[in-house]
Design a protein around this ligand. Structure first.
Ligand SMILES: [Ca+2]
Ligand SMILES: [Ca+2]
Length: 192
């Protein structure tokens, strides 16, 4: 074989620049709107996500994935991500109407103090470090609010990046990321 790696190269060439994943179930998630943490892009490890454990330690929400997804009745869409560890990340193809600024709301849960994460658009940090508090238990969601988040207009890749584990041993459970106009009321949870 003169080109033993052609089978590997060809799919990479077809993917084109950025090696991005594809939106999960439908098109890009609109902003303003709700981006469910469990609805990260479809695609392989290293492309759509990075996860440090081989198995999905939670629920079978979307077929085989390394990402740890948990079923939880208190969460928007009935699911969220759990067992999140520093070094992991998830990508979401989104499409913003305009750059905002937006108010970003993220329901999280953690028993003991959680860790830190941030959110990027096209590789640029848009939030700075977000600290997950002790919410009183893994079953108790508490919503973190970040004001003045700017988002590139049009279709971009949003990346949820886990930066540091907390006393809990994890970053925290994350339900969804809601981008809304500052003057609009909070969005109620989405039915599963
Ligand atoms: Ca895993
Ligand atoms: Ca959710």
């Amino acid at each position: 074989m003169r080109l033993p790696h052609l089978g590997l190269f060809l799919p990479l060439l077809l993917l084109g620049e950025g090696f991005a994943g594809e939106p999960f179930r439908g098109g890009p998630r609109p902003i303003p709107g709700v981006v469910e943490a469990e609805d990260f892009d479809a695609g392989d490890a290293g492309v759509a996500y990075r996860d440090l454990t081989e198995a999905n330690q939670g629920a079978d929400y979307r077929g085989p994935t390394q990402v740890d997804i948990e079923r939880r009745p208190d969460a928007s869409n009935g699911h969220g991500i759990g067992w999140a560890r520093a070094g992991e990340w998830l990508t979401y193809t989104v499409e913003a109407v305009d750059p905002g600024p937006y108010t970003l709301e993220i329901p999280v849960a953690s028993a003991k103090a959680g860790g830190r994460f941030h959110i990027e658009f096209d590789g640029k940090d848009a939030t700075g470090p977000i600290q997950v508090p002790d919410t009183g238990g893994w079953t108790k969601l508490q919503t973190i609010r970040i004001d003045g988040v700017r988002v590139p207009a049009g279709r971009t890749v949003m990346k949820l990046v886990m930066d540091a584990d907390g006393v809990s041993g994890f970053v925290g459970d994350i339900d969804c990321m809601t981008f809304r106009r500052p003057q609009e009321p909070a969005t109620p949870p989405q039915k599963p």
